[in-house]
Design a protein around this ligand. Structure first.
Ligand code: ATP
Ligand code: MG
Length: 423
């Protein structure tokens, strides 16, 4: 048995995990401010559910982790969050309650992809979904929430790309235009795109192959094919964004990988990500809830890749977090102080201080060395003689200054030393 994780997965631990916690904390806090409640859904669902994403998408065709359980049911590890959240919205009859419903989620997703930078087989997404709001403010709000997350993390150089794919009234005509355009170049297209022509021509616009991409510049623009209602919805989304001071750019050939989108689609891209430069993708999916068996319910949301977000943060030098600060390390120097040390540590923990203590019976020198290694801000030194007179010594590590504290006043004494400026 080899101690080796499967390809495309990662172990995340300190100090890296503190960077994750920081980003997750900022996201959760933002969701509280925007009044999005958390939803936690299963990490696997019935395979059929995901087949509704659209049979011709990469996810369904080649990326799903699907397996039979012991009861012979086909289950799939969730490749994305929206479909599961929509399933939950229907199953729990949330459409019958107070609308709109605003949710956010944070957690792992699973796709069988070729692992490379920015592309894992288990990765993590932060996403939001709004159900029961058809107006353009809902679209804009989700975009503003994403933009605020980047801002709050101190990120720059991100662009919001926007498009509208129309509705069941106007999209068929656009689809026809795209099909007609590519018909002339059929022989130049990659194999996957030739297949897309027959089943889902809009996905031609999303192909990453060089030759297919070169045809993109002259392809028909979705924004020119919108019906008046879709056109006005799209104009209003843009006006809201501009009014809120968010920079966005219309990209009239932007389509998203999933089939369920209607009207607004958007991406947030960074030039610091290389080939996998999309960090966040979202849009409106007014047809999804009904397609899954619920009542017609307009909806909009996004999903944001946390690995890619953390990677941009690193590139832009925004890696600073508080880390895992240790306030006190308790060092025992004698027989009876060894017995006291764990008790004092508990006392300080209960007073709110991050405290650690030796339990390997190490020498004083080794304990001091350990305290330095784990970055303790102060060291409490317990000696048998001092303890007998009700005193302990506290050392402020950054300055090297030492003070005597009365055991009775331990907590305020530690507070005073910790409050001192380092250096
Ligand atoms: P891509 O074009 O990069 O494959 P996608 O269209 O498949 O992206 P979505 O399904 O929209 O991506 O997922 C939203 C976000 O989740 C992406 O923008 C990206 O940040 C992240 N993401 C998607 N797939 C992966 C993966 N395999 N590994 C890491 N992050 C991913
Ligand atoms: Mg993908």
């Amino acid at each position: 048995m080899q101690a080796q994780k499967p390809r495309g997965t990662a172990d995340i631990f300190s100090p890296e995990v503190e960077r994750w916690q920081h980003v997750e904390g900022v996201a959760r806090n933002l969701c509280r401010e925007y009044n999005y409640g958390e939803i936690r859904i299963p990490e696997f669902e019935h395979t059929e559910l995901f087949l509704r994403i659209g049979e011709v998408t990469d996810i369904v065709q080649k990326e799903m982790y699907t397996f039979l359980d012991r009861g012979g049911r086909s289950l799939t590890l969730r490749p994305e969050g929206t479909v599961g959240v929509a399933r939950s919205f229907i199953e729990n009859k949330l459409y019958g309650g107070v609308l709109p419903v605003k949710f956010y989620y944070l957690g792992p997703m699973f796709r069988y992809e070729r692992p490379q930078a920015g592309r894992g087989r288990q990765f993590h997404q932060f996403g939001v979904e709004v159900f029961g709001a058809s107006g353009p403010w809902a679209d804009a709000e989700t975009i503003l929430l994403a933009v605020d997350l980047f801002k709050r993390l101190g990120l720059t150089d991100l662009a919001v790309l926007l498009n509208s794919l129309g509705c069941p009234d106007c999209r068929p005509a656009y689809r026809q235009q795209v099909l007609a355009y590519y018909q002339d170049y059929r022989h130049q297209l990659c194999r996957a795109c030739r297949e897309r022509m027959d089943r889902n021509p809009l996905r031609l616009l999303d192909c990453k192959e060089e030759t297919c991409r070169s045809l993109l510049a002259d392809a028909p623009r979705a924004t020119e094919a919108l019906c008046p209602e879709c056109d006005s919805h799209f104009e209003t989304v843009q006006a809201f964004l501009a009014g809120a001071g968010a920079n966005s750019r219309v990209e009239p050939r932007l389509v998203r990988g999933l089939d369920y989108y209607t009207r607004t689609v958007y991406e947030v891209v960074s030039k610091d990500l290389g080939a996998q430069n999309t960090v966040c993708g979202g849009g409106r999916y007014d047809g999804l809830v009904e397609a899954l068996g619920g009542p017609p319910t307009p909806a909009v949301g996004f999903a944001l890749g946390l690995e890619r977000l953390l990677s941009i943060l690193k590139t832009q030098g925004r890696t600073a977090t508080a880390g895992r600060p240790l306030d006190v390390f308790v060092v025992a120097t004698g027989e009876s102080s060894r017995k006291q040390a764990p008790r004092l540590a508990q006392r300080l923990r209960h007073a709110g201080y991050a405290t650690d203590v030796d339990f390997l019976d190490r020498s004083v020198k080794a304990q001091m060395k350990h305290a330095g290694r784990v970055g303790a801000r102060t060291v409490l030194m317990l000696g048998d003689a001092e303890l007998a007179t009700g005193q302990v010594l506290v050392r402020h590590m950054a300055s090297g200054r030492q003070d005597v504290l009365e055991l009775g006043d331990l907590e305020p004494g530690v507070a005073a030393v910790l409050g001192r400026k380092d250096g």
